[in-house]
Design a protein. Structure first.
Length: 379
């Protein structure tokens, strides 16, 4: 596969020494947030980490801390229902192995983050997409979802809230999903890494909160919850009807045991990191909401977003046969993700991260507005 025009424009601009404003940065550790270094690093030095005492599901103290996190969300989670992983990506790998044979299918929403394609391919699993549609907010197209369930479909993936649309799965959609999965004998995989970042006043409800009429797996980790992507800690929570849940967790333990448990220092530190998550979450939410307000004030059209760190901008085409993102990087010196990166079919859609420095983010918006005026006369 050759280099895209978008990638080429960025490479050429950087090679020429041009200053680009990157509105795609989503790594919190490089966005100027204040981390309590002592509180984060000190637990890694515990003497207990010198002893190798592996547990396929992870240390019970670490799993209890995860259960406590869900308790703060109103869910009663048994620590024995938690399996620690080194990332949500590894969690997906475990679940695809658990639920699927080679050639089986999993349904995943579109638009969505493209990582799923690679994770599924590594496990010889086929992805089939079901659409989210936009009508003054994002909604699951349940008619299409049901039409795409086939004899080899094993699970439905829901990202709650979705990346990049910011679509949150509220009670009515959750009930419909559970009814469809129950009728078709499917498991429900729910990725909740952005659960703690609602952009409105209403708090999001975790799928870990019952009832659980179908086999359900909740995925999350400290990458987003505590703003610590470098620590590589994730988990799976298994929920559902007791007999089915117990059998699935037993098989999941065999998979986890085959790959051996994650390293001891981070497991010992996990309770401290989860306990201290509120400080970084407050900073991130303030930044994201501030940048969201800047988009609204700029006059750039934005699709409604309910939660998470991203926003989708609706821009007019800027030159025939050119991707908007390509033109913005070449002519305005602004890096955004083309909507096609996330499977957005409509033209003129770009995705920006709301996590960047406020001043640079505002400057990037000004450049976008200026570029639109140059191309369209007014905007």
């Amino acid at each position: 596969m050759g280099e895209s025009g978008f990638a080429a424009s960025i490479r050429e601009a950087r090679a020429a020494g041009r200053r680009l404003i990157d509105l795609t940065v989503s790594n919190p550790t490089v966005c100027g947030f204040a981390y309590d270094a002592d509180a984060i690093l000190a637990p890694l030095a515990g003497a207990g980490a010198l002893v190798y005492d592996p547990d396929p599901r992870g240390m019970r103290s670490a799993r209890a801390a995860v259960a406590g996190y869900y308790g703060d969300h109103g869910a009663n989670v048994d620590p024995d229902a938690v399996v620690l992983t080194t990332s949500t990506s590894e969690g997906y790998g475990y679940l695809f192995r658990l639920l699927c044979d080679a050639g089986d299918e999993v349904l995943v929403a579109q638009p969505s983050y493209p990582l799923f394609d690679f994770l599924a391919a590594l496990e010889d699993v086929r992805l089939r997409t079901y659409p989210l549609f936009y009508d003054d907010g994002w909604w699951i197209d349940f008619a299409e979802l049901e039409r795409r369930i086939g004899p080899r479909t094993k699970a439905v993936v829901v990202v709650h809230p979705n990346n990049p649309t910011g679509h949150a799965t509220w009670a009515a959609e959750r009930e419909r999903l559970q009814e469809i999965c129950a009728r078709s004998g499917l498991a429900l995989i729910v990725d909740e890494v952005f659960l703690d970042y609602p952009l409105g006043e209403e708090r999001l409800t975790s799928f870990a909160v019952g009832p659980h009429p179908v086999l359900t797996f909740c995925l999350s980790g400290v990458s987003k919850i505590a703003g610590l992507p470098q620590m590589k800690v994730g988990w799976i929570v298994g929920l559902g009807p007791e007999g089915v849940r117990r059998e699935a967790l037993g098989r999941l333990e065999v998979i986890a045991d085959t790959f051996l448990s994650m390293n001891a220092p981070v497991q010992m530190a996990l309770p401290n990191w989860l306990a201290g998550r509120k400080g970084i979450q407050e900073q991130i939410l303030a930044r994201v909401r501030g940048n969201l307000a800047a988009v609204q004030e700029s006059g750039v059209e934005m699709l409604r977003v309910e939660a998470g760190w991203s926003a989708i901008l609706r821009l007019p085409q800027m030159g025939r046969d050119h991707e908007v993102a390509d033109v913005l990087s070449r002519e305005a010196g602004v890096v955004v993700h083309p909507g096609s990166f996330y499977g957005i079919a409509e033209s003129g859609r770009v995705v920006v991260s709301l996590l960047g420095f406020e001043q640079e983010f505002a400057e990037g918006l000004e450049r976008i507005v200026h570029g639109l005026k140059l191309n369209h006369g007014s905007y």
